[in-house]
Design a protein around this ligand. Structure first.
Ligand SMILES: Cc1cc2nc3c(=O)[nH]c(=O)nc-3n(C[C@H](O)[C@H](O)[C@H](O)COP(=O)(O)OP(=O)(O)OC[C@H]3O[C@@H](n4cnc5c(N)ncnc54)[C@H](O)[C@@H]3O)c2cc1C
Length: 380
């Protein structure tokens, strides 16, 4: 077993760390407050190769492995989880989905622009009545010969307002259940495609989340991904990789909070000594370090499984379940270590605590990860 990173890994990790510290950190509090993430920063992440980090260079991507992806996700998430979710959705849901399952026309038309950050992607599975229960899709796409006629509502869509390309999962044959679902590529501006107002959220407030409405949208037949009826499997396959991205986001949030708490504990004095000299604070830091290290191993294992061509359904679910729990628990502890200062925005830990919560909800809640894991271990 070799736990060391390659030279290439270290370079991309350093690049992401420099970008996060120099360009994401300034303004992160204001972006959270104003619920805004500037296009210029998305463009910069594209120029650095982050928006298509795993995409084949022949489609304009960086051609790097999943380990590189989780390394940049951790660095970005330490500072701004709103930035990292843009990267995560663009890479592991939208670009991966088109690269792995799309046809050549779709790759040339969409992937080449997604991979460079010229286009931003959104992945649209959730509906008001189909979140965890994703097979209960109400959005319908009726086959009209040359095109599908799409009607319905998707909610909670990350990049919903800023995206150019939307992968939309919809029911094409209700009788066939999960086999009667397809995935389609939609473009912003298609007639009948409406974007609702931005959600006002607890965390990842820089990331834009919207409800989308489709009223008789004509989707060309060539925009369907894969064989007829492949949509549900497509969604599950892409989400399995997406969970590696969210697990690494959770890891980064936890690591960011830990680093801030460690630094603060060596500066703040009470009872004549630094608070790190109080054993209850030192033990909190020891627990953080241990749990974050364990989460990192699970994240790396899931990324490695994907790179090796192994099945990564269980390792990605395990990594997401655990890393998100660690992120939630230890961001709360980081606030505690900061005392009153933890409760105000200037010290960053309260934002990390708010951002941590989403990692237990999206791309499958923690309860859904337990279903995935328990089904897998009981089947084996
Ligand atoms: C900020 C944000 C961004 C998002 N981005 C996207 C996106 O880009 N694309 C997209 O498609 N979706 C997105 N989502 C949606 C997200 O994936 C769903 O919110 C999530 O899957 C849960 O679905 P739900 O909200 O309908 O909750 P529900 O499914 O109603 O679940 C409610 C509760 O019941 C539990 N529960 C449900 N079923 C079971 C069961 N069988 N056993 C045990 N417990 C169960 C859940 O774990 C949860 O605790 C986003 C959500 C948010 C909040």
């Amino acid at each position: 077993m070799d736990f060391s990173l390659t030279e290439e890994h270290i370079i991309i990790q350093d690049t992401a760390r420099d970008f996060a510290q120099n360009e994401l950190l300034p303004g992160v509090i204001e972006r959270d407050e104003n619920q805004h993430f500037p296009d210029a920063l998305v463009k910069k992440m594209g120029e650095l190769g982050f928006m298509g980090i795993m995409v084949d260079p022949k489609y304009g991507g960086s051609g790097m492995d999943t380990i590189s992806y989780v390394l940049i996700m951790e660095e970005l998430s330490k500072v701004d989880a709103s930035a990292s979710v843009i990267v995560s959705v663009n890479n592991s849901l939208v670009s991966y989905g088109i690269e792995a399952y799309g046809n050549d026309m779709q790759k040339q038309k969409y992937l080449t622009k997604l991979a460079t950050g010229e286009f931003v992607g959104a992945f649209c599975l959730s509906e008001p009545e189909a979140g965890s229960d994703a097979t209960s899709q109400k959005t319908s796409a009726i086959d009209k010969g040359d095109y599908y006629l799409l009607n319905g509502t998707k909610n909670w869509i990350t990049n919903g307002g800023r995206a150019d390309v939307y992968l939309v999962i919809s029911q094409t044959d209700k009788e066939k259940g999960s086999h009667g679902i397809n995935a389609f590529i939609l473009e912003k501006g298609m007639e009948g495609f409406h974007i609702g107002p931005k959600e006002n959220k607890l965390g990842i407030r820089g990331s834009d989340t919207h409800t989308l409405q489709f009223n008789d949208v004509k989707v060309p037949k060539e925009n369907r991904i894969g064989e007829d009826g492949f949509g549900f499997r497509f969604a599950m396959k892409t989400l399995s990789g997406g969970r590696i991205g969210i697990a690494s986001q959770a890891l980064g949030i936890a690591q960011g909070a830990y680093e801030l708490a460690l630094k603060y504990s060596k500066e703040r004095k009470t009872f004549g000594t630094e608070i790190s000299n109080h054993q209850s604070i030192a033990f909190k830091l020891a627990d953080m370090y241990t749990d974050i290290s364990a989460a990192r191993h699970l994240v790396m294992k899931a990324a490695w499984d994907k790179d090796q061509g192994n099945n990564y359904d269980i390792s990605s679910a395990t990594a997401k379940l655990y890393a998100s729990k660690v992120a939630m628990e230890h961001t709360v502890e980081a606030v505690q270590i900061h005392g009153g200062n933890g409760f105000v925005k200037d010290y960053h830990v309260e934002r990390l605590m708010r951002d941590a919560k989403i990692t237990q909800i999206y791309e499958g809640t923690s309860e859904i990860q337990k279903i995935v894991i328990s089904r897998s271990i009981l089947r084996d």
